[in-house]
Design a protein around this ligand. Sequence first.
Ligand code: SF4
Length: 320
Amino acid sequence: MESVVRKIENKVMSGQSISFEEAIQLAQVEDVEGLFAAANRIRQKFKGNRVDLCTIMNAKSGRCPENCKFCAQSAHYRTGVQEYPLISVEEALRMAKENEMHGVHRFSLVTSGKALSKKEFDRVIEIYKVLRQKTKLQLCASLGIISHDQAVRLKEAGVTMYHHNLETSRDYFHKICDTHTYQDRIDTVKNAMAAGLDVCCGGIIGMGESMEDRIKMAFEIKELGVRSVPVNILNPIKGTPLENAEKLNPIEILKTMSIFRFIIPDGFIRYAGGRNTLGGLQRLGFNAGINAALVGNYLTTVGNSIPEDIAIIKEEGLEV
Ligand code: SF4
């Protein structure tokens, strides 16, 4: 008899979308090897063997008035995070060139805070104009909540992709943050898209949410039309309300990512922060539906070195 995984895989392979109930069925299967192999075949069919790498630079750190419970940068918690104001044009250019030299093709500035002030936003625009002139990098931005007009200015300055996470499901969001709403996040994604920017939008797993919450988030992202989905694994930060959050089992992490591949077959399912908790199993992810990675030192969590990541990807038979 055809297994549940095979039946749902065939549906995806024939170009149909899976339902929420089918995603839940995938979450319940015990044959995780079969699930990973199917997600791998789906990735091969819809996205081939190329892995997309991007890197980010923390361009402003700390002092955020929001209270996201996972975040080292929130001023609500004493995390000892290094705080600094928006970096200079020269510093951004230096970092961008260093990443370019390592073979990375996407580079993003990330700033802490719900949104930038007008003065800060003007400086960021200036930075992007210089990066566009002096590097060949694809430019991404992650600047918090933005309006449609700000999205248009970013696009005109050379930015091609805007990153803004939903973080978790609509139902679970209030347990993670109550100083802004889920809808604020959705609106930003829509503003960026309406300005012609591609959008990268994912979330964090391991914050006490259920698998059902993760699946709901993936469907929300799919419905927005987003095709780049970074999946962060919570790295509990001392001083935040989630500092004692229970660590997710590595197989559950990879299972989540495989199910995301079934839900968004033609997307980039991206390893983001915290993936070091997977240790040697990081390799398995590239055979379980993952086809993109954030590389370098991400925000406040330290990752592998860029050459290490490139070596792993190539050893797994994929191309950068
Ligand atoms: S995730 Fe963003 S908005 Fe939330 S506390 Fe951290 S920096 Fe502020």
